[in-house]
Design a protein around this ligand. Sequence first.
Ligand SMILES: NC(=O)c1ccc[n+]([C@@H]2O[C@H](COP(=O)([O-])OP(=O)(O)OC[C@H]3O[C@@H](n4cnc5c(N)ncnc54)[C@H](OP(=O)(O)O)[C@@H]3O)[C@@H](O)[C@H]2O)c1
Length: 286
Amino acid sequence: MDPIDAATAWDLIRRCKARCPGTDDDVLRAGGEDAIRVLPGGHWKPLLPVNAEAHHLFDLYLPLAVQPCYAIAQLGQSLDGHIATDSGHSRFVTGAEDIRHLHRLRALADAVVVGPGTIVADNPRLTVREVPGDQPLRVVLDPRNRLDTGFRLFRDGAGPTLLIRSRAEPEPGGETQRAVLPAGEDGFAPGEVLALLRRHGRQRVLIEGGGQTVSRFLAAGVLDRLHVTVAPVVIGSGRPGLSLPPIATMDQAMRPACRNFRLGDDVLFDFLLSGIFTGRPASGGD
Ligand SMILES: NC(=O)c1ccc[n+]([C@@H]2O[C@H](COP(=O)([O-])OP(=O)(O)OC[C@H]3O[C@@H](n4cnc5c(N)ncnc54)[C@H](OP(=O)(O)O)[C@@H]3O)[C@@H](O)[C@H]2O)c1
């Protein structure tokens, strides 16, 4: 048989998600043969030859695919830490391989969450288009009830959509589901957003952006994993990626366990933040 290629690898990874093998050893088959053995934590062993691209996909995605419940955030940023220009233009900071990576993260998630600034700037679809995959619930945070519901994802019927606001407001039309959470000065408490999504049966959650939203989830200590892709481009100004409360000395800086991967000309930093991925107790949050 030919070596397992990227398409077959992605198919196996998706099957792994559907089966949720958790901590059990599990053999996945391709073309009628045992293809790989999935070990606890998403480690794996080839039982057939595997080409380099497929190897990369197994390494990157199996740890997520075997995990039935997690919160991951992602950002694609310039070398100088910006995710968009001042005007909000961000198409595209990172290259085509990182865009495909984002679609793979969506496909592995049960829900994809964005802040209102991203809806206003990008009018995104939040669909899985670049790879085969299931469409997650599209979740929009609108803690100040300011968003117009004319944005594309509220109207396109391309996937289930949930709008979370701080006040219930009767509004006409559309198939968008609605939920209400209390909001403070800094918006919704990230842990409460995740708890609400879990009550809706959405256990694997991708926080897709923008910078403020990802930063709030990171600061609250509720993320299990963080993917930051750095592109060799300098914007020099614009909307920041991560932004956390000030610290005085470098020993207070976050230095989580980290893996890195090349995505074309970009570099993906895969930060492992909680015990479900490192085996150590979680850093905080609920
Ligand atoms: N490169 C990437 O990976 C990536 C991913 C996603 C998004 N983006 C880019 O990131 C930018 C958005 O990030 P962000 O940090 O600014 O925002 P965000 O995290 O998406 O949303 C947070 C903020 O949205 C605000 N907001 C701004 N304008 C609003 C409006 N007209 N109506 C309602 N709420 C509004 C709220 O501000 P208040 O506090 O004033 O209420 C809220 O605090 C966009 O330019 C988008 O293109 C990049």
